[in-house]
Design a protein around this ligand. Sequence first.
Ligand code: MG
Length: 279
Amino acid sequence: MQKLGELLRSHRRRGDAATGTPLWLRSAALSDVGLVRSNNEDSAYAGQALVAVADGIGGHAYGEVASSVAITTLAALDGEIAGEELVYTLANAVQAANERMADRIAEQPELQGMGTTLTALLCSTGNRLGVVHIGDSRAYRLRDGVLRQLTTDHTLVQSLVSAGKISAEEAATHPRRSMILRALDGRRAAHFDLSVLRAVPDDRYLVCSDGVSDFLADEEIAERLGRGSPTEVVASLTASALEAGSSDNVTCVVAEAVEGHPESEMSPVSVGAVANWRG
Ligand code: MG
């Protein structure tokens, strides 16, 4: 992972040059409270340039506030973003979401302790894709049938796997596998990962909460992600996570990179807690 300053400099140099026909994201989102929880603390957004998932943390429905603040702040980016502005814009939006959470806590101190993961993909007019990530919601890309995880979980078990102390198999059943090491919480500086990739036509992207990725193997994600329209894929992945016994909120956003101009009938959708939020 490059440092933010380095990423900004190299990205400005490269700018928007030598790109093909502009791409947009044909996207769809679905969120389900799941089989065990009584409330849905996940929030997600699917637009033409931006897709995002936030998985809220905190009792008394405060996770809903955290994930809703994160998603509404990021959703404002869904428009034409020039390639050279991508990194700066995404980094600023995450800081802004954290500041909005801090403001909410100042107004309503009982919100202290809330937090959220945030994983978002933003496609620039130059077909570069910004990936911003904090926590354990994940982004994947399917290209030419090959699935690649674009984010690294900020979890205790991932840090143990990365240090060679436990295997990926052991991580999957580890008693503390849900413990995240980083989140947006409005109290500490936002410590997020940011990277930039090139998007090509027919790329398929999945952003999902751990209620999906903890219960589905990569092979199943790959197979379902490649089959049907984004609307069909989110339905298929959600059903599959529920069938697999997901004990968490289940949220997924799927986007396909498409050449040309967005279809006029495609309007952005917000799902999960943010869909009912009146913040
Ligand atoms: Mg979750």
